[in-house]
Design a protein around this ligand. Structure first.
Ligand SMILES: [Zn+2]
Length: 162
């Protein structure tokens, strides 16, 4: 998943639940949401910063420190994990264990006759990929999503009392 999607989805979620978002809070959230992909600077992408061995201590520190900006950073990192789990392998115990998992949803069926939803999915196993030293891959849909998030942000900053 590219950085625009990683930034846009948590931003839209935050804008939906925040009473009065500030530019500083949004900046910290977005930084947290894209931070795990800085592990492209290491040997393998989806490595150190895509591991619960990184997330759990970070989460524990945020509980201890109780700072809203650290919580937003952790929320961004957590959202990154969640989104990546649907778009590739997450090696939860990296570097202790490089084997990771990914969920592939192959279909969602909503039955008209009864209020029932059937989700077809499978859990795939894989490994982190070698880092190519760069992280690019923006698409038109990513740009559109980022523009929607930006418009929502500008609207919320302008009319924060709504
Ligand atoms: Zn990632």
């Amino acid at each position: 998943m590219d950085p625009l999607k990683h930034a846009s989805v948590p931003l839209l979620a935050f804008l939906a639940i925040s009473k009065s978002p500030s530019l500083a809070s949004v900046a910290v959230l977005v930084f947290g949401a894209i931070f795990p992909d800085f592990d492209v600077l290491f040997e393998e992408h989806r490595g150190y910063f895509h591991s619960i061995l990184f997330l759990i201590p970070l989460f524990a520190v945020s509980l201890y420190v109780q700072n809203i900006y650290l919580w937003l950073f952790v929320f961004g990192v957590g959202m990154h994990f969640f989104l990546d789990f649907f778009s590739g392998v997450i090696p939860f115990l990296y570097p202790v264990r490089k084997k990771g998992f990914e969920v592939k949803v192959s279909g969602i069926v909503i039955f008209e006759s009864s209020p029932r939803i059937n989700i077809k999915y499978e859990i795939l196993v894989g490994y982190p990929t070698k880092s190519r030293g760069s992280y690019v891959g923006l698409s038109n849909e990513s740009l559109a999503m980022a523009l929607v998030a930006l418009i929502a942000l500008l609207f919320r900053l302008k009319f924060s009392s709504l």
